[in-house]
Design a protein around this ligand. Structure first.
Ligand code: KIV
Ligand code: ZN
Length: 506
């Protein structure tokens, strides 16, 4: 059996320290429920002395969690903080106080303005005082990532002797390199007496984009608890992202001699929930939970994924609750991806037919960033209409605008393959186009309905036009046309209706 790594979530404490990410108590409870569904081991619910809201959140989450998770409250190495944290945790079944002090030269000299002996004294006092309220006391050595190795050993030895159950080694400023951070953990494992009887935790910040790598280096060298947040939320550049470390452990468990008990299928939901509550968007290319994490856009990748998913995917999206891999149809997609999507939509196209649709698809994809299902349906329907047409549209040009007189030049191919080009003016560009078409097709009918709608979303969406024309005898014929240019859609729709009228009349 591999080592169980405890997942300590601090979305509600360090995550909330992200500028602009503050949450009220009700919102924190919603997230805490999701953390319980994820099955995290510890929820750091807040810093009770910092505000009545934080106090209330710790109190309510303590009631909510019951036996299902340890609930932790943060303090400085200050008696009042510890008393208030203990009070907020009074209903917790598994309470933990998380106390600590800065240990780096910068923190001792410039922030706390104390010497090393005073630091050790305050650390020991804080742990001993917290132990008078709860059994489970976690100590953090703030800015440990920039501390002197031997001073860090001295502090950690002192707090372990004072009864700390968990020692947290934060790289508060995200300064370390992974190998160096791992070596620091290994040094503590080798030099602190009794360290095997406590849990060593890592808490890493992402200032150099390495928070996940730092946490993994710590685990490799002996850490048994990772502090992390959903979506990597946290001070400045954020913390280690829970979804990243948990999936890294899931992928490399045997090499790391590690596993977690997290229900990874809840990750996508957790990510969306935290993003919507905090208003902090998740970048599209974010590992595991980004919108593009399982989307394939290049033709080569799409072909591979359609043959076997793991050619370009190391994680099954279902394992993180992300549904299915996405094939995004763009100008880089190949025949294989287009055929696959068309089949899913119920169209079985092969050979020349597929080639024709592929060409139309590429033309559209060049104009639009992404081609949606509705666009494909329109392309296929457009092809069906063209195949049965007596007259086909070969070109249309309009000039209009204030104070111009709207004019249209239309070129049609007739039933014998002959080309006709005519020019007309009208009350608007569509009217001008329709008059030009009438001049070539020469059929008596009235336009009784005209409607435009966009097929997909966005400014570059296809516009679909539906028209109804009434023939001399009263019969009504419907025509449809789709194109990125609504003047072209309008011309296609009208011609489609006229073709149907003419075919019926024959
Ligand atoms: O980054 C840090 O050092 C912290 C501590 C309070 C654990 O957030
Ligand atoms: Zn932090």
């Amino acid at each position: 059996m591999t080592r169980k790594i405890d997942i300590f979530d601090t979305t509600l404490r360090d995550g909330e320290q992200s500028p602009g990410a503050s949450m009220n108590t009700e919102e924190k409870l919603v997230i805490a429920r999701q953390l319980l569904r994820l099955g995290v081991d510890v929820i750091e619910a807040g810093f009770p002395i910092s505000s009545p809201g934080d106090f209330e959140s710790v109190r309510r989450i303590s009631e909510l969690a019951g036996d299902n998770a340890v609930v932790c409250a943060l303090t400085r190495a200050v008696d009042k903080d510890i008393e208030v944290a203990a009070d907020a945790l009074r209903y917790a079944k598994r309470p933990r106080i998380h106390t600590g002090i800065g240990v780096s030269p910068s923190h001792l000299r410039d922030k706390l303005r104390i010497d090393e002996d005073t630091c050790v004294e305050r650390a020991v006092h804080a742990v001993s005082f917290a132990k008078t309220f709860v059994d489970d006391v976690q100590f953090y050595a703030e800015d440990a990532g920039r501390s002197d190795y031997d001073f860090l050993v001295r502090v950690i030895q002192a707090v372990v002797d004072a009864g700390a159950t968990v020692v947290n080694i934060p790289d508060t400023t995200g300064y370390s390199l992974p190998e160096e951070f791992g070596a620091r953990i290994a040094y503590l494992m080798d030099n602190v007496r009794g360290i095997e009887d406590v849990t060593v935790a890592v808490h890493c910040h992402n200032d150099l984009g390495m928070a996940t790598a730092l946490a993994m280096a710590g685990v490799r060298c002996g850490a048994r608890q990772i502090e992390c947040t959903i979506n990597g939320l946290g001070e400045r550049a954020g913390n280690t992202a829970m979804e990243e470390v948990v999936m890294a452990i899931a992928m490399h468990g045997p090499e790391l001699d590690a596993h977690t008990d997290v229900n990874t299928r809840e990750f996508t939901k957790a990510s969306r929930l935290v993003s919507s509550i905090t208003g902090m968007n998740v970048q599209a290319n974010k590992a595991i939970v980004g919108a593009n994490a399982f989307a394939h856009s290049s033709g080569i990748h799409q072909d591979g994924v359609l043959k076997k998913r793991d050619t370009y995917e190391i994680i099954d999206p279902a394992d993180v609750g992300a549904g299915e891999s996405q094939i995004v149809l763009t100008a880089r997609s190949g025949h294989a991806a287009l055929r696959h999507r068309l089949e899913e939509l119920g169209y079985e196209l092969e050979g020349e037919e597929l080639d024709r649709i592929y060409e139309a698809f590429l033309e559209l994809a060049d104009k639009k960033k992404e081609v949606y299902d509705e666009d494909l349906e329109s392309l296929v329907n457009e092809r069906d209409r063209e195949q049965t047409a007596l007259y086909s549209l070969e070109g249309v040009q309009v000039s209009c605008g204030f104070p111009l007189k709207p004019t249209a030049t239309v070129t049609l191919r007739g039933p014998e393959g002959d080309l006709s080009t005519v020019c007309e003016w009208g009350t608007g560009p569509v009217d001008a186009v329709y008059k030009a078409i009438d001049k070539v097709v020469q059929v008596r009918c009235d336009l009784s309905e005209f409607a435009v709608q966009s097929v997909t979303r966005g400014i570059d969406a296809l516009g679909e036009v539906t028209v109804r024309v009434k023939a001399g005898g009263g019969e009504v014929f419907t025509g449809r046309g789709a194109d990125g240019d609504i003047i072209v859609s309008s011309a296609k729709a009208y011609l489609n209706a006229l073709n149907r009228l003419l075919t019926t009349a024959r």
